[in-house]
Design a protein around this ligand. Sequence first.
Ligand SMILES: NC(=O)c1ccc[n+]([C@@H]2O[C@H](COP(=O)([O-])OP(=O)(O)OC[C@H]3O[C@@H](n4cnc5c(N)ncnc54)[C@H](OP(=O)(O)O)[C@@H]3O)[C@@H](O)[C@H]2O)c1
Length: 342
Amino acid sequence: MPSTVTVFGAYGHTGRFVVAELVRRGWTPILSGRNESQLHDLAAGYPGLAVRPATVDDPDALDRALAGSVAVINAAGPFGDTVPALVEAALRAGIHYVDVAAEVEVVAKTVATYQDRAAAAGIVLAPAVAFYGGLGDLLASAAVGDLPAVDEIHLAFALDSWIPTPGTRKAGVASRGRRNGKRLVYTGGELVLRDDAAPTAEWTFPAPFGKQTVVGDFTTADSVTIPSHLKTGALHSYMTPDALRDLASTDETPPQPADEFGRSAQQFLVEVVVRAGDTERRAVAAGRDIYAVTAPIVVEVLSHITSGTQAGLHTAGRIADPAEVLRALLPVHLDLLEIDGR
Ligand SMILES: NC(=O)c1ccc[n+]([C@@H]2O[C@H](COP(=O)([O-])OP(=O)(O)OC[C@H]3O[C@@H](n4cnc5c(N)ncnc54)[C@H](OP(=O)(O)O)[C@@H]3O)[C@@H](O)[C@H]2O)c1
């Protein structure tokens, strides 16, 4: 049942999509974040919604921001700066915590740090419930289905462009700082730093992307969320090169709205192939705007969490039937969804 939920980072690019989707689905968001005037500007478009400013170094203000909510959605990143304070506030309040972090090391630390405390507090703690960390995990979980273990999971992203938000740029700077010029690779069941060049591979996506030379070892939050609950011998990830060229651009113009939902024109396609012996299964989803699609993913997962998921730390693919979660995104939020055998 929709209820009251606090959105921290509510006036950010992604936070605004989250607030709009919550309202569309009948939830009552409490608008929180560190800039009071930005919160009031946002609230002007939503008469009646509460504004509760808070900063990560003020636990009392965070407690006030979370009071009366069943959950907090943390959309404020770089997440290395916000996760500890917001998770601690959720634990104090005894309410669920969901974030949209993309920073791989931060998501790995969240998983490693809070598993036991979330379970003991009787709350669900769900990191990276978003395009990265969430959609791939849902597709991989749906494709794996009833297989107890698989030999390989391949996760391939196709983006026709990637105009990053300021938050993505800052998260990139924070991640590069942590990696000391090296690249992060998931291999042998762990994340390691390497200084060799990323490999390339050929991948044939469904139309309109088709056959592409993709960059391998494109390590995302999915390299934490997927192996946190799916047994796989290997996880390989790939990205189309155009998106990486865009990401490296010095043009800081943020994504521009191009439809009635405020989505940009960016097209995405995510394809997962899992192999177990002779069995191969595939799941694919496509849609528009990786920031915008994060909102329905997080709100759909939240609705399952508040309907009675067992307490503990869970990723998007583990919280409910992943195929059901994905199908709920059709037809508005996904243009294409195919899951072998489902
Ligand atoms: N996993 C995914 O697929 C996915 C999808 C979407 C977004 N994200 C991540 O979400 C984050 C936000 O992205 P965005 O697109 O919304 O960027 P954005 O438009 O720049 O918004 C960032 C928001 O976070 C707030 N914030 C940042 N640091 C904060 C801090 N220390 N304390 C309080 N608030 C803070 C900002 O407030 P100020 O304006 O006051 O700084 C702003 O409200 C990024 O890290 C991005 O990578 C991930």
